[in-house]
Design a binder for this molecule. Structure first.
Ligand code: F6R
Length: 611
């Protein structure tokens, strides 16, 4: 949610910032802007994509070695030029970029207006920069001190960078609750929301912690706490490869990420599934093994696609490890009064590791004494750092806003976790465990095979691209897959879609079915197959247009469905990893055929850092 990037060094700042903003555009893309410090402090900003800002900058003097940029996902105020960041203070001597939300902005604004500050935008961010200016004036202090004091007054979340005309070779950054990483090069520094704008310049980074303020000045990085205590930065070496954040010949990141799944699934089990030796390992649970074995309950908290992975995990853990599982929307969990005890384990699932609702749910569960286990993709992310233990999904950077490879990597890691717990608790036989290990090991090849359906699915997408509604049905392990298929379609193609347990259809949604309603039924050969066949009959009797995802070799459903796509057979508990593939492809092709921006769908952002 909003991307920030800043540079101070010996190179031209503007091209570095713009390139960085393109990389961060997945975080928000309704407006963008830059501030450049070159004796003057100039702000340029535009509604629209980073490319619109680039076009606007064509005839401007953008020469500067210090600068910052922002790509916005609107919270306060509609997307327009004025609300775009950076924001000046009233005197236009200070400028700020901000990712987050200042909750007490209204009270601060009132106070600042009394002091003579003038506001042009509807944003909370403009309040922040004027607060800094006012504090500096009142206390006749340095910019750094003014920022520090301002942080004591704001309530909410922020990752900010501040530049001042009066401090020509200085950049101040601070964070609480929104991500921030600083890259350290040879006599140059980079600040960004994640490491993607930084990696081609340096692989040495410092992840800024909550309540820390970083001052970059005179070729040095100084990090202090909000109480002004000097902190020793922990410099990490990044392992991110540049290739992994580029499209690599694909038309969209989403398509690249869909096709990366055989590899990303393999990476998520690397070192964890050792077939030859017959071992399952997960370093992250080692210290908490007894807690897992004795857990009286597991609560899974997550949002969106990660929540769907959580639903798959509920089936897996109950099936294989016989521990009761509850799956909660993180946003709801937080705002009720859930019963949590010290014997509960909370599993938080998040691709970005920055989702504010999930973080808040973790904090609540922690305060009640539960053990928190994280399943995150982004290394060093806030959720990864807030949990007691965890396992990274190792899917590599996911840049398309619609989550695809992160989902299958999450399900893989959760499958391994359920298998390990089943083994430790003695709820799964050695034979069954061995069978599952062999089959899990085969999954990347089966996903590869499912990806061969691409052209077939494109043809189906042609036929259905203009319909207004879709229904997705599945049972058992395929129910979360139906939800995920529907979410993928609605978020990138703007077609209304609903996922339902197939049997639940007759309790309401069946009323929607007529000859215009496409119904995607995930009907692989598993324990509920016969029942799903009956559900298909019910749809057919009402003239619904059936698109069925079936197991290779099925002869029954092809005789009933209008369209059939065949996926390779696998064990019932692993089926989501394969059956979700055609649904990802279907939503992708429909969205492309409708002319939608699949990587940056309207109103969405990749990491949702507001509650
Ligand atoms: C859907 C999607 C979102 C995310 C959700 C949680 O394609 O991407 O629904 O799954 O915002 O995000 P993370 O997993 O980063 O916590």
């Amino acid at each position: 949610m909003c991307g920030i990037v800043a540079y101070l060094g010996h190179r031209e700042a503007c091209p570095i910032i713009l390139k960085g903003l393109h990389r961060l555009e997945y975080r928000g893309y309704d407006s963008a802007g830059v501030a450049l410090l070159n004796g003057e402090l100039n702000v340029f900003k535009k509604k629209g994509k980073v490319s619109d800002l680039e076009a606007y900058l064509k005839d401007k003097n953008v020469h500067a070695n210090v600068g910052m940029g922002h790509t916005r996902w609107a919270t306060h105020g509609e997307p327009n030029d004025v609300n775009a960041h950076p924001h000046y203070s009233t005197s236009e001597r200070i400028a700020i970029i901000h990712n987050g939300i200042i909750e007490n902005y209204a009270a601060l604004k009132k106070h600042l207006e009394h002091q003579g500050h003038v506001f042009h935008s509807d944003t909370d961010t403009e309040v922040f920069v004027n607060l800094i200016e006012e504090i500096q004036k009142q206390n006749s202090c340095s910019l750094e001190e003014a920022v520090r004091l301002a942080l004591h007054e704001v309530i909410g979340a922020y990752a900010i960078v501040v530049l001042s005309k009066d401090a020509p070779n200085q950049l101040i950054a601070a964070r609480k609750g929104s991500p921030m990483v600083i890259g350290i090069g040879e006599g140059e520094f980079f600040v960004a929301s994640d490491a993607t704008p930084i990696i081609e310049y340096t692989n040495e980074v410092v992840y800024v912690n909550d309540y820390e303020i970083a001052v970059i000045r005179d070729g040095k990085l100084d990090i202090r706490s909000k109480e002004d205590v000097v902190q020793t930065p922990y410099i990490q070496k990044l392992e991110l490869e540049l290739d992994s954040i580029e499209k690599g010949g694909y038309e969209h990141f989403m398509l690249k990420e869909i096709f990366e799944q055989p590899r990303s699934i393999l990476d998520s089990m690397r070192g964890r599934l050792e077939l030859e030796a017959g071992h399952l390992n997960m370093g992250g649970i080692r210290a908490y093994e007894q807690k897992f074995v004795n857990a009286q309950r597991i609560i899974i908290v997550a949002c969106g696609t990660s929540w769907h992975a959580g639903l798959v995990a509920e089936y897996l853990i109950e099936d294989l490890a016989r521990i009761p599982v509850e799956v909660e929307y993180a946003s709801e969990f937080r705002y009720r009064n859930p019963v949590i005890t010290e014997r509960d384990i909370v599993i938080a699932i998040s691709q970005s590791g920055e989702t504010a609702d999930t973080l808040a749910a973790i904090e609540l569960a922690k305060s009640k004494g539960a053990t928190i286990f994280g399943v995150c993709n982004v290394v060093g992310s806030s959720i990864a750092r807030a949990t007691d233990a965890g396992a990274y999904t190792h899917a590599g950077p996911e840049i398309g806003v619609a989550s695809t490879k992160a989902f299958t990597a999450q399900v893989t890691v959760l499958t391994l976790l359920a298998m390990i717990m089943g083994q430790k608790r003695g709820t799964i036989t050695d034979t069954k465990l061995r069978e599952l290990m062999v089959e899990l090991n085969n999954i990347p090849a089966k996903v590869e095979k499912a990806l061969e359906l691409d052209l077939e699915i494109q043809a189906i997408a042609e036929i259905f691209k203009d319909v207004p509604n879709f229904l997705y049905l599945g049972r058992g392990y395929n129910f979360p897959v139906a939800l995920e298929g529907a979410l993928k379609l609605k978020e990138i193609s703007y077609i209304h879609a609903e996922g339902y347990p197939a049997a639940e259809m007759k309790h309401g949604p069946i009323a929607l079915i007529d000859e215009n309603m496409p119904v995607v039924v995930i009907a692989t050969k598993d324990s509920s197959y016969e029942k799903v066949v009956s559900n298909i009959q019910e749809v057919k009797a009402r003239k619904g247009r059936i698109i069925a995802v079936v197991t290779e070799g099925d002869t029954v459903i092809p005789a009933m469905a209008e369209f059939v796509v065949e996926v390779p057979p696998t064990s019932e508990v692993l089926v989501p990893l394969v059956s979700v593939i055609p649904l990802q492809l279907l939503s992708y092709h429909i969205a492309v055929l409708r002319g939608c921006n699949v990587d940056q769908p309207r109103n969405l952002a990749k990491s949702v850092t507001v509650e």
